[in-house]
Design a protein around this ligand. Structure first.
Ligand code: ZN
Length: 151
């Protein structure tokens, strides 16, 4: 019996992820957006790069608002089962609280660098390690996350 691997396994894996995956929200920091009120009212002072309305309640006259952006991505999520540790060569390795695997094209490099937080199953996790996977071509990123410190 001959096993024929499809040429484009990425499409197949994308289909599988779409079927068994879930939507995960990435919180990306540092996006600069114009004040909706001032841009709508055409109150941009292009020379000083501020709002012409110094008393705007939304931007306080700054015009530019630095805010987080959210990006919804389909991901394959795996939560660490209790006390599950990987017996590696160096001994016990903490595997993180959960892994979020996404398409390599789901987020740009800049977006990956700007991830501040990931919301999975109504829980907040923070990425601390990214592993590029896929053979022969890298086609997905496994993001190892840990849950935020309990406050
Ligand atoms: Zn404004």
């Amino acid at each position: 019996m001959t096993i024929i691997f499809p040429d484009d396994t990425k499409a197949t894996k994308d289909d599988i992820r779409d079927a068994i995956g879930q939507t995960v929200t990435f919180i990306l920091e540092g996006a600069v957006t114009p004040c909706a009120v001032c841009s709508g009212a055409d109150l941009y002072d292009g020379i000083n790069e501020v709002s012409l309305d110094a008393w705007c309640a939304t931007c306080s006259g700054n015009y530019w608002i630095i805010s987080d952006v959210t990006s919804e991505v389909t991901a394959h999520v795996r939560w660490r089962t209790q006390d599950q540790l990987n017996m590696g060569q160096t001994g016990l390795t903490y595997e993180g609280d959960c892994s979020v695997t996404i398409d390599i094209d789901a987020l740009t490099d800049a977006q990956l660098g700007a991830i501040r937080e990931v919301r999975v199953d109504n829980r907040k996790v923070q990425p601390y390690r990214m592993i590029y996977r896929g053979v022969p071509n890298r086609d997905r990123i496994k993001i190892i996350c840990r849950e935020w410190e309990k406050e």
